[in-house]
Design a protein around this ligand. Structure first.
Ligand code: F3S
Ligand code: FES
Length: 259
């Protein structure tokens, strides 16, 4: 093993603890070890009760998002050597979601908002029988392909300051998924998505802080997609197709639970 690194982990078990507290673990770390590997080592050899989510260990499932030294990242894609510059790694649960246990948060509001934008193709017509393929121009495919890389890790949601102050805001992940389908030439769902996207909890609530783009582990230009979405909503509103603002529909209570 290389050197010992101190992992300072926020711990909380609602069945036992009145409030969260910090626990520290000395972990032997080799070059190339990830934060997730160290967490597994802690659970195997020091404290089997430590709670965190993980599955693929290779940046695909999006399960192990957490705040590492102040910034939301994937634990399996973060090498300890890159963040433990002072020999210490501080781990906290993702922000803007209800705290459940140790490094685990309640994902329910995130998924509710995702479903609210109807994140699937809504074609107007079935393809004609003789033409089985629905061809997309390369430029349009290039525009949409990065947005399709989203792994639902909730890191953008955790880093977005508007999600921190407005629990109803759809958030960057739901909006970039809406962008992915709204700009798909095969889709005809704009009328159905218009209300959730254009009301006060939709795209206009984004303040273009770029936190989502800067933190996305897949390099998705989320802010750019949201800006394009705003342009499309503006054009639709000016065309008089639909009303711009409707009353927001509560998605979660102030406590972070679903309504
Ligand atoms: Fe939030 Fe991203 Fe907009 S971080 S404010 S959704 S640019
Ligand atoms: Fe799957 Fe990290 S464990 S993305």
């Amino acid at each position: 093993m290389g050197r010992d690194v101190v992992f300072q982990v926020m711990r909380y078990d609602p069945r036992r603890d009145v409030e969260p507290y910090w626990a520290e673990y000395d972990v032997p770390v080799d070059d190339g070890d990830t934060v997730l590997m160290s967490l597994m080592r802690i659970r195997e050899s020091q404290d089997g009760s430590l709670g965190f989510r993980a599955s693929c260990r290779s940046g695909i499932c999006g399960s192990d998002g957490m705040v590492i030294n102040g910034r939301s990242r994937l634990a399996c894609k973060t090498q300890v050597a890159r963040v433990a510059l002072s020999g210490r790694v501080v781990l906290e649960p993702l922000r803007n979601l209800r705290y459940v246990k140790d490094l685990v948060v309640d994902q329910t509001p995130f998924w509710k908002k995702f479903r609210r934008v109807e994140p699937y193709l809504m074609p107007a017509d079935r393809p004609p029988a003789e033409e089985r393929r629905m061809v997309m121009a390369q430029a349009r495919f290039d525009l949409l392909s990065k947005a399709s890389d989203c792994i639902f890790c909730e890191i953008c949601y955790s880093e977005c300051p508007i999600n921190g102050i407005d629990r109803g805001f759809l958030g960057p992940q739901a909006l970039i998924k809406a962008f992915r389908f709204e700009f798909d030439p095969r889709d005809d769902g704009a009328a159905s998505r218009f209300s959730p996207l254009s009301n006060v909890e939709g795209a206009w609530r984004c303040r273009t802080t770029f936190n989502c783009t800067d933190s996305c582990p897949k390099g998705i230009p989320i802010t750019e997609g949201i800006q394009r979405l705003k342009q499309k909503l503006t054009a639709e509103t000016l065309a008089g197709l639909k009303p711009a603002y409707r009353s927001p529909t509560p998605i979660e209570s102030p406590e972070g639970t679903s309504s």
